[in-house]
Structure formats: C-alpha cells, structure tokens
Design a binder for this molecule. Structure first.
Ligand code: ADP
Ligand code: F6P
Length: 324
C-alpha cells in the first residue's frame, strides 16, 4: 500500500531560475488544499543539513509569483554528495516529520533527490534551470524568461554594433549546453552561433564568414557564443586582428538568471508544482515532472537521468540558413 504523506518539504537547489517562486507557491497551496502540512527548506541541501526549515502557509507565498529568484534561496552543497551527508539529510527530514520532499533544480539536484528517495523519503523532482539541459523534458523553469532577457539585451547590443559597423560577440549562459545560444541565435537573427555541441573551433571559417558578410553589405556581425565555449574577449581580439573589423565582446552573465518570470514560466512552474504534490499524494517517489509533446508527465528519476538530449539539427540548420 502507498505510504500516506502528511508533511511535504520543498527546496530549490543549484542555480536559481525565474519561475521557481511560482513552483514553490503552487506546492504550498496545492498541498495545503489537500490537507497536508508544508515545510520550506532554505538554501537547498545545505539548508537541509543545517536544519534551516520553516513552516509554509498560503500567506507565506503571497506576492511571489511575479518575483525572480527563489524566496527559499538556493545553494550548492558538496557535503550532500557524500553518503554521510545524504544519511544526515534523510535523518533531518524524519526529525522534522517531512515524509515527502519536492526538489526544484537541475540534474545535479535530481541526483540528490534520488539519494533521498533511496533512503526512504518520498521525493519528486521539478526541472528548474535556465539551461534547458534536462533530457527528459522539453521545458525547464526559467529558460523562457532567460532567453527573453538575453534576446532583449542582444537587440540592444545589435543597435550599437550596427551604428559602428562592428562585429559583436555576445556570450550567453547555458553551462555545457547551447540551448540559450540556439534560441537567441534564431530570435536575434545572429550571423553565427557557437554551440558547445557543434562548434569545430575553426576560427578561420568564422573570419571568412565575417569578411564575406561585410562584402554582402551587412553592417554588423553578431556572433552568439555559448559559455560552454567561452573565451569571448580573446576571440574578439583575434577576430579584430584577422578581419580588420572592430570587434567587441559582451558577456551577459547573471542578468540572464534574474527578473520577473514570463507568463509561460509562471504557468508551467505552477502546474509542475501542483503536479509534484499530486504525485506525492498518490504515494509516488523517485519521479521527475516533465513536459513532453504538449503534456505534463513524469518519469522515474533513474530513467530521466539516463536520457540524452541534443541540439535539434533542423533548428540549428534554420538558424544558419536565415542569417544570409
Ligand atoms: P543543478 O541541480 O542545477 O544541476 P548542481 O549540479 O550544482 O546544479 O547540483 C546542485 C546540488 O545538488 C549540488 O550542490 C549537490 O548538493 C547536489 N548534488 C549534485 N550531484 C549530486 C550527487 N551525485 N549526489 C547527491 N547530491 C548531488
Ligand atoms: O545552471 C545555471 C547557470 O546559470 C549556468 O548557465 C551557468 O553556467 C551557471 O549556472 C553559473 O553558476 P554560478 O551562479 O555559480 O556562477
């Protein structure tokens, strides 16, 4: 028989992402609506080990759906990657009566969730990362806001780049993944996108492309460089020397992680938060909520972590084809 859950813990872990608050709010209100208690764990697994645990009531999440960041704060915690740390985490849950846990984060956070589940705490993961690099899902909380923020910033760089007839290298986040670069590449009409999954490090090809484009009358050349490739400043110096075209590098950085979540991030995060509570109420554990083919679904965390995700070839081709 499925274990009945009475108290649900919720934490955010890894990099914050706009929309995490909408997920927390949904967890709190869906759970309380179903007669459960909710405890918020501050600063991810680090706060769990330090017992930074607070009661969450519906009013604690008032006025949060529109806010960036995470009201529970987040952290990366080395200690939780050790068996001793994980044991301690499960003991802290038991001490505070937490029999169900919802972890909002990326793959690393799900590995932690998997460990908690194996130690008897029913645990559900919700994908929260601006990087979109979780294989089982087509949507992750924060990606939509981050690409919109990056897109607006790149439009601004493009204005000045065109005025000065420059080449601009704009570095976007994404850790080892190129999804933010791919999407902004299409949305901003970039002349080149450098993705960790695709870039061949042939800088001469890039130089030739810039020179050809200038001959074709292009007044700027926007290169979106994913942080997984990085080194935008030195790349700019080399490109300027090789092309004779003034080149500037802009690293967008952490601005991509902040700001008020878009409508999409608020809605999807809210549904995922409620869905995670429903899974716990059905006695499920070691599951991750996902969005696939137009539907909210869930996968076993072990299966989800074993899945692979790549850059869609057609989208990459379209991005290149439209930059002529
Ligand atoms: P993300 O969740 O965005 O992928 P990280 O990879 O930084 O971010 O992971 C967040 C946290 O999850 C880590 O600081 C650590 O506490 C926990 N974590 C990561 N990997 C593991 C693991 N193999 N076992 C247990 N916990 C882990
Ligand atoms: O995973 C989200 C992310 O913003 C990545 O895009 C980036 O590589 C990383 O986190 C940056 O982490 P930090 O905030 O620790 O510098």
């Amino acid at each position: 028989m499925a274990k009945e859950i009475n108290t649900i813990g919720v934490l955010t872990s890894g990099g914050d992402a706009p929309g995490m608050n909408a997920a927390i709010r949904a967890v709190v209100r869906e759970a309380i609506g179903k007669g459960k208690k909710v405890k918020g764990i501050k600063r991810g697994y680090a706060g769990l080990l330090q017992e930074e645990i607070i009661d969450m009531k519906p009013r604690n999440v008032s006025d949060t759906i529109q806010r960036g960041g995470t009201i529970l704060q987040t952290a990366r915690c080395l200690e939780f990657t050790t068996p001793e740390g994980q044991q301690l985490g499960a003991e802290v849950c038991r001490k505070h009566g937490i029999d169900g846990m919802i972890v909002v984060g990326g793959d690393g956070s799900f590995r932690g969730a998997q460990k908690l589940a194996s130690l008897g705490i029913n645990t559900i993961g919700i994908p929260g990362t601006i990087d979109l690099d979780i294989a089982c899902t087509e949507y992750t909380i924060g990606f939509d806001t981050a690409v919109n923020t990056a897109m607006e910033a790149i439009d601004k760089v493009r204005d000045t780049s065109t005025s000065h007839e420059r080449c601009s290298i704009i570095e976007v986040m994404g850790r080892g993944a190129g999804f933010i670069a791919l999407w902004t590449g299409i949305a901003n009409g970039a002349e080149d996108i450098l993705l960790p999954e695709r870039y061949d490090y042939d800088e001469q090809k890039l130089v030739n492309h810039i020179i050809e484009n200038r001959k074709r009358g292009k007044q700027h050349h926007i290169i979106i460089n994913a942080e997984g490739i990085g080194h935008s400043a030195s790349m700019a110096r080399r490109i300027e020397a090789a092309t004779g075209i003034e080149t500037r590098a802009t690293i967008l950085g952490h601005m991509q992680r902040g700001g008020s979540p878009t409508c999409k991030d608020r809605v999807y995060a809210s549904i995922m938060g409620a869905y995670a509570v429903d899974l716990l109420c059905q006695g499920k554990s070691n599951r991750v909520v996902a969005y696939r083919n137009g539907d909210y679904v869930d996968f076993d965390i072990d299966e989800a972590l074993a899945m692979q995700k790549g850059i869609p070839e057609y989208q990459f081709e379209v991005c290149k084809n439209l930059s002529i």
